[in-house]
Unconditional design. Structure first.
Ligand code: G6P
Length: 604
């Protein structure tokens, strides 16, 4: 998602910022910008798309800040659009009259602040929440003529998540900083007095050794003469390996991506989950006009998210919903009628089968939506509307955070549709919105849980196969658990609806058949319990995942007690992802790049 860099020193600030932003490219972004301050001159450059577009602009147009004997400050940013489209105007740094700011996070009270500042004469040019920060700073500075005090007053007024760098002509040798929510690090450069800022380690490696990872609530001001922190800080040593830094210290990208799910879902919900409703700026209110059915088409993990969503669309939006594997849909001579809303789900937006299915639907005159992680990908260009997942780049071939963000986005869509169709009771909606807010907590990987999965994994390296079983939305989750295991452990696994086992597959049951049973407390617990008992009676080895103790299990993974099945869903998802990853590690496989698989399948 968004990235921040900053620099104080006498080197070529613009190149340092551009190179720093390139190191953050792996996080995904849709526009970028830098601001340079030398004496009383500020220059700002912004560009949509790749960093190289920004780099070209900077190289062609820099007039000031070329004198390396003089101190130059700079701040830079890569933006992944949340409030407002990816345009130059919405790209950071944002300008007041004499100050610039870059920001990661969301200012929840930006509307109130914007109104207040507009009334006192401030003029806003972007659609972003960020712009209020720089205006608020100047509002206070115009009163106090004291930058330190004005910055403090500013951050006290902000609600939400805000990691910020701010520069101002009123104090041309300083960078003001604040960390709350999103990460921010400050490092001492190898040259005297040099200071670097970055939202993750990668831009700092090779340029600095000592770093402070700011804690939430810390702020301060930095100049060539030193850094004043609001709290005492602990300096540590930077890692030296860039790839290691990109993995944030995790062993694999997959592991990092499992752990960051709790953060990326917050980005997926940002600006969409309001106090008492769901808003999708990407959709118009007439989206469901004349629509009687939703058809979802996708492949692989995205198909499982679609299958999960089909339960939610029928339950919460009261619309008939069917889901099809894209490669099957294409050749079945499907009957396409214009009362069907066609939704494709894809992490990459490039999967050939899904893209072709979307084109067929378009040619058939159907309205279409792409639920996708990559802006400007082929599907987003073909579909009538796009809802971005905002998961950041997913590098592990085995998809993890794409699935959780897809499920969150589709769940929100089901609530949005239910609301505009007037079929969702206010009380029900309130419960669902409250539950959405609790998802980050359910996706948090607790050390104890990870350790449990790691220990258990050694008992599941043999046998003649795995059955992952569940009911309702836990059936697609079972399919996803089985797919994860297949993809990276190369062990045979199948996902099954728990109630279907007795119609054939139970014939396979014996101690060497491992059953991974998803037993949520809040969705058909007694039913799934009977199904697992049937398997246990036939001597299958049972690993139960549940918040409720289950005596017949051979192994038991205890999930937290919650009050909603979707919270159980997300915690069980984490368990399944960790479980397959740890089995893969024990088998010595390449977790991030499993054999025979590709991240994006652009052939039929
Ligand atoms: C490939 C990947 C899977 C992914 C599927 C669909 O097979 O290996 O992880 O789920 O494609 O990809 P998409 O980008 O359309 O979600």
């Amino acid at each position: 998602m968004c990235g921040i860099v900053g620099y104080i020193g006498k080197k070529d600030t613009k190149s340092i910022l551009i190179e720093g932003l390139k190191e953050l490219e792996y996080r995904g972004y849709d526009s970028a910008g830098i601001a340079l301050l030398q004496n009383d001159k500020i220059e700002v450059f912004k560009a949509v798309g790749k960093i190289k577009n920004l780099e070209e602009k900077v190289l062609q147009n820099t007039t000031c800040c070329t004198n390396f004997d003089t101190l130059t400050l700079g701040i830079g940013h890569t933006r992944w659009a949340t409030h407002g489209k990816p345009t130059e105007l919405n790209a950071h740094p944002h300008l007041g009259v004499y100050s610039y700011v870059v920001h990661n996070g969301i200012i929840e009270n930006y509307k109130e602040l914007k109104e207040e500042l507009t009334l006192s004469g401030h003029i806003f040019v972007s659609q972003t929440d960020t712009e209020v920060i720089v205006h608020l700073f100047e509002y206070y500075f115009n009163q106090y003529n004291d930058a330190n005090r004005s910055f403090k007053e500013t951050i006290e007024r902000l609600h939400g998540a805000y990691s910020i760098l701010l520069i101002t002509k009123s104090e041309p040798n300083k960078i003001f900083f604040m960390k709350h929510g999103s990460p921010l690090a400050i490092a001492k450069g190898n040259d005297d007095g040099e200071i670097y800022f970055a939202s993750s380690d990668a831009p700092l490696i090779g340029l600095a050794n000592d770093v402070v990872y700011l804690e939430d609530g810390m702020s301060g001001v930095a100049s060539i003469y030193g850094i004043e922190f609001s709290h005492s800080v602990q300096w540590s040593t930077l890692p030296t390996n860039k790839l290691f830094a990109q993995k944030n210290g995790f062993r694999f990208f997959m592991e990092k991506e499992i752990y960051e799910q709790k953060d990326v879902v917050v980005d997926s919900m940002m600006g969409r989950l309001k106090d008492d409703t769901i808003v999708f700026d990407e959709l118009t209110h007439d989206i469901l006009e004349g629509i009687n059915e939703i058809k979802i088409c996708a492949c692989g993990t995205s198909y499982h998210a679609g299958l999960t969503a089909s339960y939610l669309f029928e339950r919460l939006s009261k619309i008939r919903c069917t889901v099809e594997i894209a490669s099957e849909f294409r050749y079945k001579e499907p009957l396409l009628t214009p009362d069907t809303l066609f939704i494709v789900i894809s992490q990459s937006g490039e999967t050939a089968d899904t893209l072709e299915a979307l084109k067929m639907a378009k040619n058939g005159g159907l309205k279409s939506i792409a639920v996708c992680n990559v802006d400007n990908s082929s599907m987003t260009r073909v579909a009538d509307a796009t809802i971005l997942l905002r998961a950041g780049i997913e590098k592990g071939v085995a998809s993890t955070k794409a699935f959780s963000t897809q499920t969150v986005v589709l769940w929100m869509m089901s609530l949005y549709f239910g609301t505009i169709r007037g079929v969702l009771a206010k009380e029900k909606l309130e419960i669902e919105l409250q539950t959405l807010r609790e998802i980050p907590n359910s996706l948090k990987v607790e050390d104890k849980l990870h350790e449990k999965c790691r220990r258990l994994s050694k008992r599941y390296l043999h046998g003649h196969g795995f059955f992952f079983i569940g009911r309702d939305v836990f059936f697609p989750l079972a399919l996803e658990g089985a797919l994860k295991l297949k993809e990276i452990s190369y062990l045979h696994a199948e996902g099954y609806p728990a109630g279907e086992m007795k119609h054939g597959p139970i014939a396979l049951a014996d101690p060497e058949l491992f059953t991974i049973a998803l037993m949520p407390q809040h969705l058909h617990y007694d039913k799934i319990k009977s199904n697992v008992e049937e398997l246990s009676a036939r001597d299958s080895t049972i690993c139960a995942i549940s918040p409720l103790p289950f005596e017949l299990s051979d192994d038991f993974i205890n999930t937290k007690k919650t009050n909603h099945y979707m919270l159980e869903f997300f915690e069980m998802l984490i368990v399944l992802q960790l479980f397959s990853m740890e089995i893969s590690v024990r088998l010595g496989n390449d977790v991030d790049m499993p054999r025979n698989l590709a991240k994006s399948v652009t052939v039929e």
